[in-house]
Design a protein around this ligand. Structure first.
Ligand SMILES: Cc1cc2nc3c(=O)[nH]c(=O)nc-3n(C[C@H](O)[C@H](O)[C@H](O)COP(=O)(O)O)c2cc1C
Length: 207
């Protein structure tokens, strides 16, 4: 376990792409500890209808990485690498690195939730997505506190149905929320990110 205060944990759990150790295996027991902590998160109506698919099989990871790359193509095509400077430039460099190495990352974790919300209103959507997002973020925090790096990614969801077929997920009943690459980090020192001033996004009493 890293020696991090709760505030340090919350402020230094970054999207890790370039500093993922692709050589060091991740122990199943460590992943299970993180997943057990994720289970402490809330779900709407206490349904506990979340699922985490942990993928370590080389062929399956290669298949997922292919779908991720295909899904990310449109996003990457919309970015001019010469115009992406500062923070966005760093994110882009990280995304390109992950694109080239995703299949080599020791573990891919796919948080899923039962019940599709395609075409439904905000209430249904917020209830379903809100039943998996807190658990997935808890998983990422627990991973960080154990020296593991993660990144929230969604590119493969452009090809969600194909990913479901690859992994045997019942697509008609279950939505995938993300694909989280997991590996030990190269070095454990991460810094808080630069964010906009608090008053640009906090509203007291009225918007
Ligand atoms: C909903 C969501 C979707 C994201 N999808 C991707 C993705 O598909 N690929 C990727 O490399 N990063 C993805 N990210 C990560 C962001 O691009 C961004 O790098 C990250 O939030 C910044 O993290 P940092 O503040 O730790 O640097 C996603 C993040 C969120 C919250």
């Amino acid at each position: 376990m890293l020696e991090l205060t709760p505030d340090e944990l919350l402020s230094t759990t970054r999207a890790v792409r370039k500093r993922l150790d692709l050589q060091r295996p991740v122990e199943r027991e460590v992943l299970e500890e993180c997943l057990a902590l994720a289970q402490q998160a809330p779900t709407g109506s206490y349904r506990q209808d979340w699922h985490f698919l942990v993928v370590t099989d080389l062929e399956l990871k290669a298949g997922l990485a292919e779908l991720w790359r295909a899904g990310g193509e449109r996003y990457l095509a919309g970015i001019d690498p010469d115009a992406a400077d500062g923070m966005m430039g760093r994110v882009l460099a990280g995304v390109l690195h992950l694109r080239d190495h995703l299949h080599e990352v020791p573990v891919h974790v796919i948080p899923c939730i039962e019940g599709r919300t395609d075409g439904t209103g905000v209430f249904a959507q917020a209830s379903r997505w809100g039943s998996i997002m807190p658990a997935a973020w808890s998983f990422m925090l627990a991973a960080r506190s154990r020296g593991l790096g993660t990144a929230w990614t969604t590119f493969h969801l452009a090809r969600e149905q194909e990913a479901a077929e690859l992994l045997g997920i019942p697509y008609a009943e279950v939505m995938q929320a993300a694909l989280i690459p997991v590996a030990y980090t190269i070095g454990t020192d991460f810094k808080p990110a630069l964010r906009a001033p608090l008053d640009s996004m906090v509203h007291w009493d009225r918007w």
